[in-house]
Design a protein. Structure first.
Length: 132
């Protein structure tokens, strides 16, 4: 493992820039700087931003508050990508402005599914046996 990598093999710089982009995007969306009715009327969480190793591409995982109107919000974000890219580039000081791509964060749904499976009586019974 190189000195500037995490155990997962990702560069600390890539992770740091991803977090800066996440904060910048969150700030722009929270302030309502985007002149779009859908984005103004919905609270959107930017849960994670994954940067490419060359920092030229950023995949932003988003989740509308309460998980409602995901498709509509995603379409609005994609429609306003150019503006959001320019705002992020202005706030995050990198050599190149990262191209943004937006995806719905499915991890909450997956976590809920796993929780539901673990609560099933047959699974819970087996888990209790393992603890004995």
């Amino acid at each position: 493992m190189r000195r500037n990598e995490t155990p997962e093999g990702k560069s600390v710089r890539v992770l740091r820039v991803g977090e800066q982009v996440r904060h910048a995007l969150s700030d722009v969306l929270m302030r309502g700087d985007v002149h779009d009715d859908v984005l103004t009327s919905h609270s959107v969480s930017v849960t994670e931003v994954r940067m490419s190793p060359d920092l030229r591409h950023a995949t932003a995982f988003v989740k509308p508050l309460l998980g409602t109107d995901e498709d509509v919000v995603l379409k609005a974000l994609r429609t306003n990508t150019a503006y959001l890219q320019s705002e992020v580039a202005r706030r995050v000081n990198t050599k190149y402005a990262a191209k943004l791509k937006f995806l719905i964060d499915e991890s909450f749904d997956e976590g809920g599914h796993i929780d539901a499976v673990l609560r099933r009586p047959d699974i819970a019974r087996d888990l209790e046996k393992d603890e004995d």
